[in-house]
Write a protein that binds this ligand. Structure first.
Ligand code: NAI
Length: 389
């Protein structure tokens, strides 16, 4: 076994041992073989938890062809999955062009079930269709794309995992809250207590981020375009304001909106000297990095995911991970907690099982996770949590 494969295998072993929901499903799938005769094409972060998901689907008889998302692929996990006979494309250092080529390679294998993250595979299937039974979409952003840009062009069912209330509570709110705090500490090594944070977006992710930062003593303000969410943030005790109000107050700005162009040139012209800018939304478009670089007078990479961007009037900002999702960036990224991904990937597994075994119960295009699946997993999760007591 190469060093890379054995390192990947060891890391997956730890993760696998703490994903009891998937362990149970792996045993059930090995008996029922719901994916026998199917090829599942995946485009999702290639990290140890995903490896356990792929093992679970393979136990159910699936032939797997997979790639990661840009910038988050872990090479030891790719090596481990290849050693298990899966076709896996991508490396951590892939350029954006190479990443697109990887996604195209997955599509070229003509999978009849798609496991998508950001609707990249669905977009290729809409442009150049092939026979597809159905699929799943992991994120909010991919769900938006399916319902907007790809509306009416997807003839097969796609279950949007992110539409699950269970996932929103377990992952977007609590796990992203925890991992953003972990990543901020791991990447910057800065103190949280007393530091002034501005969180843009008070949806599932942003509200979790705000609460977890405050729990560690951060002073947190929220920027929200939806007045009801802004009201909720105010009622939860956060300072609420516009970016204009808060540009000079905040020391750290974290975007969590799922929308482009949140931190723009107007903001860069006002932001306080030394402010840290980080994004946890899916796409690297919430901080307008192109506008920031165009406005800047120079840039220096200070550490793996830390870049100082000098501004023409002598101020500077610190850009984390080039504006990419920073809870999967930097050295040794952990991503969201094991338990939240056990839950999220069980949603994936049971939704893909529904696609493979009962596609007639679903409608074409984007749709939420069937309610019975959400409730079944909530029951299993509660039982697993009770077992810890
Ligand atoms: P959400 O829809 O619950 O929340 C987004 C919030 O942002 C909404 O309340 C919306 O009104 C607000 N918003 C939109 N534009 C805004 C703007 N310009 N300024 C201020 N607020 C604005 O979505 P959710 O579930 O919180 O997801 C947010 C992003 O995080 C998505 O891109 C999603 O894919 C991503 N995500 C990231 C994860 C991670 O591990 N980093 C995990 C799960 C989701």
């Amino acid at each position: 076994m190469s060093d890379l494969v054995s390192r990947g295998a060891a890391r997956v072993e730890w993760i696998r041992s703490r994903m009891p929901l998937l362990a149970r499903t792996r045993a059930e799938f090995a008996a029922s073989r719901p994916f026998a005769g199917h090829r599942i094409g995946m485009s999702l972060h290639l990290e140890p938890k995903t490896a356990v998901l792929l093992e679970t689907l393979a136990a159910g008889g699936a032939d797997i062809v997979a790639t990661g998302n840009h910038g988050s692929t872990q090479d030891d996990i790719v090596a481990f999955l290849r050693s298990q006979g899966m076709e896996v494309h991508g490396t951590r250092d892939d350029s954006l062009d190479q990443h697109h080529a990887n996604v195209a390679a997955v599509a070229a294998a003509r999978p009849d079930i798609l496991l998508d993250n950001g609707a990249d595979l669905a977009a290729l299937a809409a442009a150049d269709p092939w026979p597809i039974v159905g699929g799943t979409e992991e994120t909010t952003s991919g769900g938006l794309r399916l319902r907007d840009e790809l509306e009416g062009r997807i003839p097969f069912p796609v279950i949007v995992i992110n539409d699950s209330r269970l996932k929103a509570i377990g992952e977007n709110r609590h796990a992203v809250g925890q991992s953003v705090v972990e990543s901020f500490m791991r990447i910057t090594n800065l103190m949280i207590p007393g530091r002034r944070f501005v969180v843009a977006g008070y949806g599932w992710c942003g509200s979790g981020v705000a609460h977890y930062l405050r729990a560690l003593g951060g002073k947190v303000a929220v920027v929200e375009v939806d007045e009801l969410k802004a009201f909720e943030a105010a009622m939860d005790g956060f300072r609420v304001g516009s970016l204009d109000d808060l540009a000079e107050w905040g020391e750290v700005f974290i975007t969590a909106t799922g929308h482009p162009g949140v931190l723009t040139e107007a903001f860069f012209r006002r932001v306080a000297d030394g402010a840290v800018l980080a994004n946890c939304g899916h796409f690297p478009w919430e901080i307008d990095v192109a506008a920031l670089r165009a406005y800047s007078s120079g840039a220096t990479q200070l550490d793996d995911a830390i870049e100082r961007i000098d501004l023409p009037d002598g101020r500077h900002v610190i850009l984390i991970a080039d504006g990419r999702m920073f809870n999967l960036a930097g050295r040794e990224p952990k991503g969201n907690s094991l338990e939240s991904m056990d839950l999220g990937f069980l949603l994936q597994s049971l939704s893909l099982e529904r696609v493979a075994t009962d596609p007639g119960s679903l409608v074409p295009g984007a749709q939420p996770v069937p309610d019975d699946i959400d409730r079944e997993i909530a029951r299993r999760m509660l039982a697993a949590m009770a077992a810890h007591r």
